[in-house]
Design a protein around this ligand. Structure first.
Ligand code: AMP
Ligand code: MG
Length: 489
């Protein structure tokens, strides 16, 4: 008789499956040949109420591989639409399945999704699979974002499948287990508005409110308030991206969440030299998703959410449009406030002066003109490495430094307090492109995961400023500049 295995802590519900049927397709993952753990996030597992040691047992690895379904799971592929580089498409999970929602010991509900788990009715021409490199990349960068204090989906595990997949070359296949507040996207609403009835759309909106904005559940005007809240969370999120120099790379409407978490780490990367025009994605020829364009694109995407929600916002269409426009106008004000507050903190400023924006803009301008590394400039300012640093020098920089130090003296913080504020606002280390590439090369080509594990470990504490981490702040040789990420994920 087949032995019944102990549950390592799965406590799944399936609230998404109770939405109208048009919102998903029931879909089991496709089993794979030879699953093996590439990386497991022990601390996240524990937070979720899962026993990390038990998860590495064969019958539990089988769950991460799609070869077994966890207790209480109801696998499905979610339907959604999306504007991809400005063009509307009906999409859906083409290579992912939602296993269910884990109810954690802390009382939260998070989606457990397998990414790379085989074809679904939404796969179109894709194979439903993912390669090891890009899945480890998502693992590293999403966990780094979490360490930086930026709302994000998390990565619980990556397993190799023992099967090859074919892109431009033959690559090892892998599956990522992604953990998210939810996978509701702007594109989920676009899909419901396009394909569903008014009741379907309303069911989705009420579902989103229940999951992420419960305080609105009984409010009469809850749908415009939902829009307001999503806009507020996105304004805060995008400001955080800009402050650390994160470029998402594919801000399509299907890659923007309702929860305000960063999602879908494809061709994303962190800027080195400060330049608003920085683009990493090889398929973004026009710079639509360039670093400096992200706040504009966010509003554009949120306008698509507003359009989808219009039928629920007000029965009078003109009034609905007026309310939506008013809601959208708040984005840039809120974004600017978060950004300015964040920049002040990066410069050690705890109060406000009218001239602060100019002080900040002039530093950024100086960085751009001098090809200065964004993260390391703030790091050097934080460490007081001025004058003797090879980057922070020159007459223009000295003039700026005088203004900044004068400004620091006009506030009441002590030197120690300024240093503490700056350390907590300027990461000493980020997942630099060359570090991530080195880690991936070692893991994928040489089967050595030590480089990756050390990097992931360091990135858990990016504001620690320890001497052991210092080598991660070293800039790459000029040859690795002009970094490009490819979309063959
Ligand atoms: P992304 O660029 O990862 O946000 O994906 C955009 C859309 O393409 C989503 O609907 C994905 O599910 C789908 N997709 C991406 N890669 C594959 C693949 N290998 N097989 C099937 N669908 C895919
Ligand atoms: Mg996506």
């Amino acid at each position: 008789m087949k032995e019944k295995h102990a549950n390592p802590g799965w406590n799944l519900d399936n609230s998404y499956a109770r939405l109208p049927e048009i919102m998903y397709a029931k879909q089991n993952p496709t089993p794979v040949q030879a699953p093996a753990i590439a990386v497991l996030n022990d601390s996240l597992a524990a937070e979720l109420g899962l026993d990390p040691a038990a998860l590495t047992e064969e019958e539990n690895i089988a769950i991460f591989a799609g070869n077994a379904i966890p207790a209480g799971g109801f696998p499905l592929a979610q339907a959604y639409a999306g504007h991809q580089f400005g063009h509307f498409n009906i999409l859906g999970d083409g290579r992912a399945v939602l296993l269910g929602e884990q109810l954690t010991p802390e009382g939260t509900r998070v989606d457990i999704q397998l990414k790379g788990s085989g074809p679904t009715p939404f796969s179109r021409r894709g194979d439903g699979r993912a390669a090891l490199g890009p899945m480890l990349r998502e693992y590293i960068i999403s966990e780094a974002m979490y360490g930086l204090g930026i709302p994000t989906t998390r990565s619980l595990a990556v397993v190799t499948t023992g099967e090859a997949i074919y892109r431009e070359t033959k690559l090892p296949g892998a599956i990522l287990t992604r953990v998210a507040g939810s996978h509701l996207r702007v594109g989920t609403f676009q899909y419901a508005a396009q394909r569903g009835s008014r009741e379907d759309l309303q069911a989705l909106a009420d579902y989103a409110i229940n999951r992420h904005y419960q305080h609105l559940a009984k409010v009469g005007s809850r749908y415009i308030r939902l829009l307001n809240e999503v806009i507020a969370r996105q304004a805060k999120l995008i400001a955080k991206w800009q402050l650390v120099g994160f470029v998402h790379g594919v801000m399509n409407t299907d890659n923007m969440t309702i929860s305000g978490e960063t999602i879908d780490y494809g061709p994303c990367a962190f800027i080195d030299a400060y330049d608003p025009a920085t683009v990493f994605s090889s398929i973004d020829a026009h710079g639509r998703y360039a670093y400096g364009n992200q706040p504009h694109i966010a509003v554009w995407n949120l306008a698509r959410l507003a359009e989808a929600l219009l039928p629920l916002v007000h029965e009078d269409e003109a009034e609905a449009v007026r309310l939506a426009e008013e809601a959208l106008a708040a984005f840039s004000i809120q974004y600017q406030d978060h950004w300015l507050a964040g920049m002040r903190a990066k410069l050690g400023l705890a109060d406000e002066e009218e001239q602060d924006a100019a002080l900040i803009m002039d530093l950024l301008k100086w960085m751009q003109e001098n090809d200065a590394d964004y993260t390391n400039t703030f790091r050097a300012l934080t460490l007081g490495q001025l004058g003797n640093s090879t980057v922070l020098s020159g007459a223009d920089f000295d003039a700026w430094k005088q203004r900044w130090q004068g400004r620091l003296e006009r506030q009441s913080l002590s030197r120690g307090e300024v240093a503490a504020l700056m350390k907590s606002s300027n990461p000493a280390i980020i997942p630099r492109n060359h570090l991530v590439e080195d880690a991936l090369n070692a893991a994928v080509q040489e089967g050595n995961d030590g480089v990756m594990n050390s990097l992931v470990q360091a990135l858990k504490h990016p504001y620690a400023y320890t001497s052991e981490q210092e080598h991660y702040a070293t800039l790459p040789e000029p040859s690795s500049c002009g970094y490009q990420t490819f979309c063959g994920t």
